[in-house]
Ligand binder design. Structure first.
Ligand SMILES: C[S@@+](CC[C@H](N)C(=O)[O-])C[C@H]1O[C@@H](n2cnc3c(N)ncnc32)[C@H](O)[C@@H]1O
Length: 413
C-alpha cells in the first residue's frame, strides 16, 4: 500500500486518538500467518495484540503560555471523564482512560494546546535532557511526534536548534504539517536524506546571530573527535561548499540561509530507528481496517526483515559520528524484538568504548511497570549495564505501546 500524506497524518493523529473505545476486543488468530511466525521467532507474546484499550497520552504544547494551557480539571471536563491523570514527573503530560469523547473533538486539542504522544516516546525525548541552547539531531524524524516535543523543550529563549532527517518525503511532509499546525518550527529544519550517511553539521546561524561565536562554540576536542570518529567520513572534513549546497526539505525563516558550522557537531542525537513496528499495537491493529495484505507487504517483506538490524546499526553509527564529545544519544525502537534492541545496544557498546550507557532518570517515577531487559550473548559487564539502564515498555505490563530505549553519553576516545 502506498501510504500518502493523509494516511500519515491520520497515523499521527492516531497517536493521540489510538483506537476508538468502541473497538471490540481483537482476536489474535486474525493476525497474518507470516506475522505470527515472526512473533514466535522473536519470542513476542501475541497476547499484546489483544489489548485494544491502552490509555492515550497527551502533552501540553508548551509554545503556548502556561496560563492558557488546560488544567487537569479542564481536561476532565472536556473529555467527560474523571479518568484523566497527570503523569508523575512529567509536567503537562496527561494519561486518559477509556471515554466515549474523541480527543480530536475537545477544545484543548482543536486549539492546538495539546498534542498526542505516547508516554514511552516522551521518556525517550526526556532522556535527551534538552537545554534551550542545544543543537539537536533527530534521525528518522517523521512523522514527528518526538520532534514536536523536542521543539517544545527547546522553547523560544535560547539559541538551540533541531535538525530532523528522514528518508521519506511524504512522511517529512506530514512532519512539516505538524510543525506548522502547532506553530513550533522557529528553530527547526528538515532534511530529506539517508541518515546513515547524513553528515551536515549543526547550523552556523540563527537568523542574524552567528551561533559559534559566543560561549556555545564546540569544545576544543570536537575537532579531533570528529576526525577520528568511527570509520564514517568525518563531518569536519567536508568541504564547506558541499555543506552549503544541500537544501533543506523545509527550514524556518531563521535557519533558511544558515549554512552549517563546519566543525560544530550536535549536542544531542535521537536515533528513533526504523524498525518492524511490532510494539506499536494501535498501528498494527489499524491494518484490520486497511487490510492485512498491505501489512504483509509493508512490514513482513523478507529483505526488509533481513536487513533492518544492519540499517539500525548504520543509523546509530552515523548518529554517533555527528554527536559531540560529552553529548547524549538516545537509541529507540517501537519493536519488542531482542535483535533490534538489546543485541544492537550490546553490539554498539562493544564497538564504541567511548560510549557509556546511562540511566534514564524518569523511568522509575512514572507509576508504571517496565519489562525486564532480555539476555543476549555479550560480556557479563555489558549485560549488567543493560539490565540496569535500558528501558523496555511492554503493552501487557506497562500499559503503553511497546517501546525500547537506551541512553548513551560520549567520552573522548
Ligand atoms: C519509527 S519511524 C520514526 C518516528 C518518529 N521519530 C516520530 O516520533 O514520529 C521511522 C522513520 O525512519 C525513516 N527511515 C527509514 N530509513 C531511513 C534512513 N535510512 N534514513 C532516514 N530515515 C529513515 C522512515 O521513513 C520513518 O519515517
Amino acid at each position: 500500500m502506498a501510504i500518502n500524506d493523509d494516511d500519515n497524518l491520520q497515523e499521527l493523529e492516531g497517536l493521540a486518538d489510538q483506537l476508538d473505545d468502541k473497538s471490540p476486543s481483537f482476536d489474535i488468530n486474525q493476525l497474518p500467518k507470516s506475522f505470527q511466525t515472526f512473533l514466535k521467532d522473536n519470542a513476542i507474546d501475541p497476547q499484546i495484540y489483544s489489548i485494544v484499550r491502552l490509555p492515550r497520552y497527551i502533552r501540553w504544547n508548551t509554545h503556548i503560555p502556561e496560563p492558557q494551557l488546560p488544567t487537569l480539571a479542564q481536561l476532565k471536563q472536556q473529555l467527560h471523564t474523571d479518568d484523566v491523570w497527570q503523569v508523575p514527573g512529567l509536567t503537562g503530560f496527561f494519561g486518559i482512560g477509556p471515554t466515549s469523547t474523541r480527543l480530536v473533538d475537545i477544545p484543548a486539542y482543536k486549539d492546538k494546546k495539546v498534542f498526542g504522544i505516547d508516554l514511552s516516546s516522551a521518556v525517550a525525548v526526556e532522556a535527551l535532557e534538552i537545554d534551550k541552547d542545544d543543537h539537536l539531531l533527530d534521525v528518522c524524524c517523521a512523522p514527528g511526534a518526538k520532534l514536536c516535543m523536542m521543539a517544545n523543550l527547546l522553547g523560544h529563549q535560547g539559541t538551540g536548534t533541531a535538525t530532523g532527517v528522514d528518508i521519506a518525503a511524504h512522511r517529512l511532509a506530514t512532519c512539516r504539517s505538524l510543525i506548522r499546525k502547532y506553530k513550533i518550527g522557529q528553530r527547526i529544519r528538515l532534511y530529506e536524506a539517508d541518515a546513515t550517511t547524513f553528515s551536515l553539521t549543526a547550523p552556523l546561524r540563527l537568523g542574524a546571530k552567528t551561533l559559534s561565536k559566543k560561549g556555545d562554540s564546540p569544545p576544543a576536542d570536537d575537532h579531533s573527535d570528529s576526525r577520528n570518529t568511527d570509520d564514517q567520513p568525518p563531518p569536519a572534513k567536508k568541504p564547506k561548499t558541499e555543506q552549503a549546497v544541500q537544501k533543506p526539505f523545509w527550514a524556518s525563516r531563521l535557519l533558511r540561509t544558515s549554512g552549517n558550522d563546519p566543525v560544530r557537531l550536535y549536542d544531542k542525537v535521537l536515533v528513533d530507528a526504523e524498525c518492524t513496528h511490532d510494539g506499536s499495537i494501535s498501528h498494527i491493529l489499524k491494518y484490520e481496517k486497511w487490510g492485512w495484505d498491505a501489512f504483509e507487504s509493508n512490514f513482513m517483506d523478507t529483505h526488509r526483515l533481513n536487513t533492518i538490524c544492519e540499517l539500525q546499526r548504520n543509523l546509530m553509527k552515523q548518529g554517533w559520528a555527528m554527536l559531540r564529545t560529552g553529548g547524549i544519544m538516545v537509541y529507540s525502537t517501537c519493536s519488542l524484538t531482542i535483535k533490534q534492541n538489546e543485541e544492537n545496544v550490546a553490539w554498539f557498546l562493544t564497538e564504541h568504548p567511548e560510549a557509556h550507557l546511562e540511566p534514564v532518570p524518569l523511568s522509575s517515577q512514572l507509576g508504571i511497570r517496565l519489562a525486564e531487559i532480555k539476555k543476549v550473548q555479550t560480556t557479563g559487564a555489558i549485560q549488567d549495564l543493560m539490565n540496569q539502564h535500558c528501558v523496555r515498555f511492554d503493552p501487557l505490563l506497562s500499559n503503553t505501546s511497546g517501546f525500547f530505549l537506551a541512553k548513551f553519553t560520549k567520552s573522548a576516545k
